[in-house]
Design a protein around this ligand. Structure first.
Ligand SMILES: O=CC(=O)O
Length: 328
């Protein structure tokens, strides 16, 4: 008897090629409109399918997993960060969780660098002047930013993305420093010309630019709290392409407004789209709508990862990108 096809529910629209391949391989229910599923729809999907493919904006908490019943066996997250899923509870209930690491590393690092350049070289201010037709020509003292080369960059979280940011920063002549739970191997440190700081406080107080590249976990929530933000030099800039929850957004906003920090480049926010309105009208801030991993290539590769994880599971093996609580 032929094996029954695995049933898969996808919570959001994905790139066409990814949806087509999912539909070819599995008994797949695709989303027809590009709105997020409600809490009830997510629970229902888990009661009806073997595999749920959520995205990073679908919150899957313990209560939902408790309502999900016995059906769902794998949550194949379309995204590298899994802070949207209660991985420990899933594990306890025998549900596997996989993610899509690696494929968005370079794109996200590009965006971190773009934000560093955007803030220090005042790109949005220049763009706004051009778009308003207010440019009065070159002037020796107009739009003066800071030179990126020679600045000290402190990378908070030296995983794949942090290291990719370090490589770019080296190419721009920045001095690379980092703080991480684990120190890199000496050879990798040397390759990246990166100086390790055991004390995050000390690193923060000495850097010109801080780039946040750690995941959001209970231990990184508000790692950049008001006290630590106050340690930053008044001339320093903060860039975040990771998760908004790592930074106390209200404290950051207050300090930016008071001129206690020179600028910020943000791609992520503590409360999703509910951004502190006092951040929006600041000139020394570059705000992006969480587009760090938004490349055509990256989003297709994320889909390929999801498919490989499901297919491997379907074949009776351990999905290659299994997330276990001890990793978090
Ligand atoms: O933010 C994007 C991701 O976690 O993949």
């Amino acid at each position: 008897m032929p094996k029954e096809r695995l049933s898969v529910v996808v919570t959001r629209r994905l790139p066409d090629v990814v949806e087509a391949r999912l539909a070819e391989l599995f008994d797949t229910e695709l989303r027809t409109d590009d709105t997020p599923m409600s809490r009830d729809e997510l629970i229902e999907a888990m009661t009806q399918a073997d595999v749920l493919v959520p995205t990073i904006t679908d919150q899957i908490d313990a209560a939902m997993l408790a309502h999900a019943g016995e059906r769902v066996k794998l949550i194949a997250n379309y995204g590298a960060g899994v802070d949207n899923i209660d991985v420990s509870t899933a594990r306890q209930r025998g549900i596997l969780v996989s993610n899509t690491p690696g494929v968005t590393t370079e794109d996200t690092a590009d965006m971190a660098m773009a934000l560093i350049l955007g803030v220090t070289r005042r790109i949005p201010e220049g763009l706004a002047v051009m778009q308003a037709g207010r440019w009065e020509g070159w002037a020796p003292t107009a739009f003066l930013g800071g030179r990126v080369g020679g600045r000290r960059l402190g990378i908070l979280g030296m995983g794949r993305i942090g290291q990719a940011v370090a490589r770019r920063a080296n190419a721009f002549g920045m001095q690379v420093h980092y703080h991480n739970r684990r120190r890199l191997r000496p050879q990798v440190e040397e390759e990246l010309h990166a100086t390790y700081w055991e004390s995050l406080d000390q690193m923060v107080s000495r850097m010109d630019v801080i780039s946040i590249n750690c995941p959001h976990t209970p231990s990184t929530f508000h790692l950049m709290n008001a006290r630590r933000l106050k340690l930053m030099k008044p001339s320093a800039v903060l860039v975040n392409t990771s998760r908004g929850e790592v930074v106390d957004e209200n404290a950051l906003t207050r300090m930016l407004r008071a001129g206690e920090i020179a600028g910020a480049g943000l791609d992520v926010y503590e409360h999703g789209t509910d951004i502190n309105p006092r951040l929006r009208d600041l000139e020394n801030v570059v705000l992006l709508p969480q587009m760090g991993s938004a490349t055509v290539e990256g989003r297709i590769e994320m889909g390929e990862k999801v498919i490989i994880n499901i297919k491997t599971f379907d074949d009776g093996h351990r999905p290659p990108d299994l997330v276990v609580p001890s990793m978090l």
